[in-house]
Ligand binder design. Structure first.
Ligand code: G6P
Length: 640
């Protein structure tokens, strides 16, 4: 409570962390940090002021931010001196269909929502207006009920269930006293508890105002105007020049200038950054879906990721990974597909490095009793680097004094910034909600870690190492070949209308089954389960009946006979079996086969996942699903 009050009620852990380093009351911090700390970064926001019509700009930016949620979308713009609001339930396309894209407006704000307070409907959709203030918001105002009650007594009325409408009313109240939105935002920051990124229009005022606390926000400079947005992808179609905002910074955008004030209301200058990555990521580049495009980028992603750390010499690996030798145990912690790469990583590291690896889902790990010590390295895996549970697990380990390492895609993300060591994958922007190329790049990093530690432990000798160097060099071509060598459509056509699909495998093939099954169910909505092949008979086999699809993965020679026995067990019960393998079978115990080239086991999973990704894609396509934006999901999950 002391810390909470001392820092004005804003519960950002950056503040709590700094406090920890300067004080000796760690135990107090530790106890409260788990309850106080909540990240609610979902939802995407944008503002534009300039010489071009704003609605197409806002919609373009929202489309690029749709990975942050798509329960509803809305825009507000100034037309003939008045603020007009348009909002619509569902994806941005729904909103777009109702809009006049050519409306004569040059100042506007927009929002794409992932519902937290109140169901996903038009009333709860942003922007919200109260009095003179129209606002879009990303975050959670934790004391909104308190503020709402107070404002109700003062005569304010509310129509939605959102905390955002309360913020609009609060700012209206402050503005009615101050006639200055910068000052009002400053005062609001002392009242609001929680997280926010606001973008604001004020009746009778030709500026855009914005501020943030704990939710991300950037300001960007284009040739035809200025932008505020949640994230860089929002503005990449317009400009690559941007500035990062700190907590409590307040922005005022006018037609011809940007003013930024710090938490003490001093006007400040910000460093201008230039985004140097490719802008191609924001377009489908001729592919029907982002997911398909991203699957097709995997040869390059593998090459970029591996080449960054490995030039074929052990020295290069030592430069990046030598600190790993200091640890006797590893805990890998992550969510979703990133967790699944951790399961593959466990098999690789245990096999080659002889280090025990414990893999845990972050939402469990953050609340459980952890038996880590100074010899343990906690590895966080996250594409976005913002996943709330993974971030919380990282902070828990740090509070307990445990060394942390992050495998992350998004440069400068919270997890990357806070971990003791960071290994970036080089996947570039991933737009499809279902990850493919980031997953593959994470596997590439685990393969390098296993290679390095395996060599150091003498589990991999000089000859094997040299052979592996060749395989790393050849793999991009093989990845391309596997993507193009597509016989997966015919199999997809046979299973797309089934109610449930099983994936089985042993060892590392089981680890791959987990991801293959998640990929299928998240985009095609077909119930799917991954099972250790030997475990199926202990209950689940009762679900197998005539034509139930079972996708059986077998790439590990040492476990093959056992897996084949398990395949025969399901085949005997009428299953339709797809055998995914790197061998040429001597007998036909399957219905269809997907053959992958046989390569070193350290790399094999990288190749094996590709047909499984494509199979999921095609099944979802056969079902007419919204492949890039599956229902109820968001790419960056920043709520607990
Ligand atoms: C969401 C995404 C998944 C992703 C998971 C973890 O659930 O839909 O594709 O694997 O979050 O995300 P992260 O950014 O931490 O890898």
């Amino acid at each position: 409570d002391v810390v909470y009050r001392k820092f004005g009620g804003c519960n950002t852990v950056s503040i709590i962390d700094r406090y920890i380093t300067k004080s000796k009351i760690n135990i107090v911090i530790k106890n409260i940090s788990h309850t106080l700390r909540k990240d609610f970064f979902m939802c995407g926001i944008i503002g534009y002021i300039g010489t071009k019509k704003c609605v197409p700009k806002l919609i373009g930016a929202l489309e690029a931010l749709e990975y942050r949620g798509y329960d509803s979308a809305g825009v507000a713009y100034i037309k003939n001196g008045n603020v007009e609001i348009k909002k619509e339930k569902g994806k941005i396309k729904n909103l777009k269909d109702t809009l006049d894209m050519d409306v004569d407006a040059y100042i506007g704000i927009g929002h794409t929502r992932w519902a937290t307070h109140g169901e996903a409907n038009n009333i709860n959709a942003h922007p919200h207006k109260n009095g003179k203030v129209t606002l879009v918001h990303n975050g959670i105002i934790e004391n909104y009920i308190e503020i709402k009650e107070d404002l109700k007594k003062k005569g304010y009325k509310f129509t939605s269930e959102t905390d955002t409408e309360v913020a609009a009313a609060l700012l209206d109240e402050l503005y009615s006293k101050n006639s200055d939105m910068v000052k009002s935002l400053h005062e609001a920051s002392k009242i609001i508890r929680g997280s926010y990124a606001f973008v604001i229009l004020v009746d009778g005022d030709d500026n855009i105002y914005a501020s943030r606390c704990a939710s991300p926000m950037i300001v960007a400079i284009g040739n035809d105007g200025y932008y505020v947005a949640s994230d860089v992808p929002a503005i990449l179609a317009y400009t690559n020049k941007y500035m990062l905002l700190n907590d409590y910074d307040i922005v005022k955008l006018s037609k011809d200038k940007i003013e930024i004030y710090d938490k003490d209301l001093n006007e400040i200058e910000k460093e201008i950054k230039f985004f140097e990555g490719s802008m191609d990521a924001a377009t489908k580049g001729g592919f029907e879906h982002f997911m398909l495009k991203e699957i097709n980028e995997q040869d390059k992603v593998f090459k970029d990721t591996v080449n960054y750390y490995f030039d074929g010499t052990i020295k290069s690996l030592e430069k990046s990974f030598s600190y790993l030798k200091n640890f006797k145990k590893i805990d890998i912690v992550a969510c979703g597909s990133a967790y699944h790469t951790g399961v593959v990583g466990k098999y690789l590291i245990e096999n080659y490095a002889n280090i025990p690896v414990n893999v845990e889902v972050a939402s469990e790990y953050r609340y459980k009793k952890c038996f880590y010590d100074k010899d343990t390295l906690v590895v966080l895996v996250s594409q976005s680097g913002e996943t709330a549970d993974t971030l919380a697990a990282l902070r828990k380990a740090k509070v307990d004094g445990i060394t942390t390492m992050a495998i992350v895609n998004v440069v400068g993300s919270s997890i990357a910034r806070e971990a003791d060591y960071v290994t970036y994958i080089k996947a570039g922007f991933e737009i499809a909600v279902a990850t493919t190329k980031a997953y593959l790049a994470q596997l590439a990093i685990f393969s390098l870690i296993a290679l390095y530690l395996g060599y150091e432990n003498k589990n991999i000798n000089e000859n094997e190492f040299n052979e592996l160097v060749k395989e790393y060099n050849n793999l991009p071509a093989l990845i391309k070949e596997t993507i193009n060598n597509d016989n997966y459509s015919t199999i997809a056509d046979k299973i797309y209308d089934k109610k449930q699909i099983f994936f089985i495998g042993r060892g590392i093939d089981y680890a791959l089954s987990l991801e293959a099954s998640l990929k299928l169910k998240e985009i095609s909505y077909i119930n799917s389960v991954a099972y250790q092949a030997g475990e199926l008979k202990h209950g689940t086999i009762s679900l197998i009946e005539k034509d139930t699809p079972v996708i059986a993965i077998s790439t590990d020679d040492s476990l093959r006979e056992k897996t084949i026995s398990n395949i025969k067990e399901v085949k005997a019960r009428g299953a339709y079996v797809v055998y995914v393998t790197n061998e040429t079978p001597q007998e036909k115990f399957y219905d269809d086969i997907i053959t992958i080239k046989k390569i070193h086991p350290i790399l094999e999973s990288i190749l094996t996942i590709i047909p499984l990704q494509l199979l999921s894609y095609k099944v979802a396509k056969d079902n007419g699903c919204d492949i890039d934006k599956p229902r109820n999901l968001a790419k960056s999950v920043t709520v607990e």
